[in-house]
Write a protein that binds this ligand. Sequence first.
Ligand SMILES: Nc1ncnc2c1ncn2[C@@H]1O[C@H](COP(=O)(O)OP(=O)(O)OP(=O)(O)O)[C@@H](O)[C@H]1O
Ligand SMILES: Nc1ncnc2c1ncn2[C@@H]1O[C@H](COP(=O)(O)OP(=O)(O)OP(=O)(O)O)[C@@H](O)[C@H]1O
Length: 579
Amino acid sequence: MKHQIEINNVTFQYPGAENNVLDNASLTIDEGEFVAIIGGNGSGKSTLCKLINGLIPHYYVGDFEGEVTVNGINTLESKVASLSEHVGYVYQDFENQLVSPKVIEDACFAPLHYGYTDYLDRATEALKKVGLYDVKDAFIWQLSGGQKHLLALASILSLSPSIIIMDEPIAQLDPTHAKDIYKILKELHAEGTTIIVIEHHTEFIASFADQVVLMDKGSVVWKKKVKEAFLDVELLMKHQIYPPQVTQAAFYLKKSEINLAGQQPSQQKKEFLPITLTESQYFFQKHQLDSTNLDFPIRKKEREKVVQFSDVSFGYKTLTREKMQILDGIDLTIYKGDHIALVGNNGAGKSTLMRLVTGLIKPDSGSIIVNGKNISKTPPEHLAEKVTYIYQNPEQMFIDDSVEKDVSFYMKSRKVPGYKNIVNQILKQFDLVDLQERDSRLLSGGQQRRASLAIGMGMDPELMLLDEPTANLDIGTRKHITSLLGNLKDQLDAVMIATHDMQLACSFANRIIVMHEGAIIHDGDRDSVFQNQALLTRAGLESPQILNLAQMLGMKDIYTVDQFVDAYLKKEAKDGVYA
Ligand SMILES: Nc1ncnc2c1ncn2[C@@H]1O[C@H](COP(=O)(O)OP(=O)(O)OP(=O)(O)O)[C@@H](O)[C@H]1O
Ligand SMILES: Nc1ncnc2c1ncn2[C@@H]1O[C@H](COP(=O)(O)OP(=O)(O)OP(=O)(O)O)[C@@H](O)[C@H]1O
């Protein structure tokens, strides 16, 4: 039987690159499959997908060998434009795909371009499908990040492709928007569309995909059914992939050979590991565990103040020069020793608040004091000596033609003493030594993120603000970055991270600030956030899976897989309940 997509022994090298990025890669995908492609940063996932819509070899004219057919068409003999009618592709940097000022115009663009007379009907249907019809007359800049992502999807849907590829569809989305995207993909899948996602979030894969493809060093290692894909936890971790938290927890407990007495017979099979919360129900023994009394630092009000917002309001100027109010009456003090996770839905105002701290934008009313200086009266370059802001889009930080030069440039401009000797150390810390000669702008998404973090940390700041530092990172690198940030805690006065990554918030932060519609609606420790369902719902947040599992089992103070496994085993040793 012919497969819908056939990639046969493809080897590819980008123009000017030294090594092959794809190395004899082969993969088949059948009509109607929902496939998730996993692999470490830079393993070639995006490159593999660019074979399917013909960008390789037609746009990236590198050294290409092998054969790719899509719906029976040999991509080498077709054009990207005609393949676009078969394959819709939402890129990692999807904002570049939005080409018209207004929502409806953007959705009409592709069908108009392809000469469809029913372009308006197509655009309307696509906008309805992704839930954007109500804002069809809005300008693109009025949309939130999540809405822009949905618009990029609508724009490709207007051509009714039989295959949809989304490269990291939820990397910068809050959990509510993330679920929206996956629900829409599920509906499209149910209608018969083949769905391919490149995804680091294994919990979404477990809930939505039916096939998983593992890539490493430019080759396809395997393609497996989702139920089987996450069984070899240790192998996956070597590839920087972390299976769902419930799977990890179950794996470690099985490894310790405790008798998981509550399991149903089918779950006692050696090869069974739960991959969703629902499947975990019988796997773990329901048991009330003692509080593990974690050493969790409590904020003390008398600590030194690093930043103080007093009744701050701010609005961006619109095209008509009116102000669009974003932040309203913000009071906030950041103390020395604070490790803050700033959370909340897309568009809540997190980036805006961080930009205000840097002095890049000034408040309309109220005052902001940073390290004793009023930002309205201090030039940003003076504030910048102590404050580093790492942008949400890493490309905004690249100015020279190599990673090494980019890192050096900022260190030099910040007059970091002995910077020449430290550059190598920083590159090593972020696993960038092999990439140091490469142009940062041509790196993969995850590699760019690492480079931007290296630049930021190189500047030796006292206060560090990071906007979505773990988006686009594979989970291994994410853990690495989290622990690096953890190590930095002692060197920095304070760190604030805007993030949708609740696992990061749980493992890193000693203070969580929740924003909603331009206001701070909560400020407290992990417990106060994750035990408060009304707050989670209002702010569109979702607890990490392991926390849900712990709550389901009546366990308290569990925020990470390690804590879960430790608490479970300790209880076993104490009571022998599971023996
Ligand atoms: N336009 C380009 N020119 C040169 N090299 C490139 C280009 N695009 C990607 N590469 C390199 O090809 C390799 C694979 O990149 P690719 O984007 O396919 O990886 P990926 O698995 O999707 O990574 P990520 O998870 O970080 O997005 C990386 O080493 C990357 O630096
Ligand atoms: N330069 C700008 N001009 C006009 N409006 C803007 C600008 N930057 C952001 N906004 C708007 O301000 C609001 C808050 O945006 P902000 O980026 O601060 O939110 P966020 O909480 O960081 O969201 P996300 O999680 O999506 O990054 C949004 O409605 C956004 O559209």
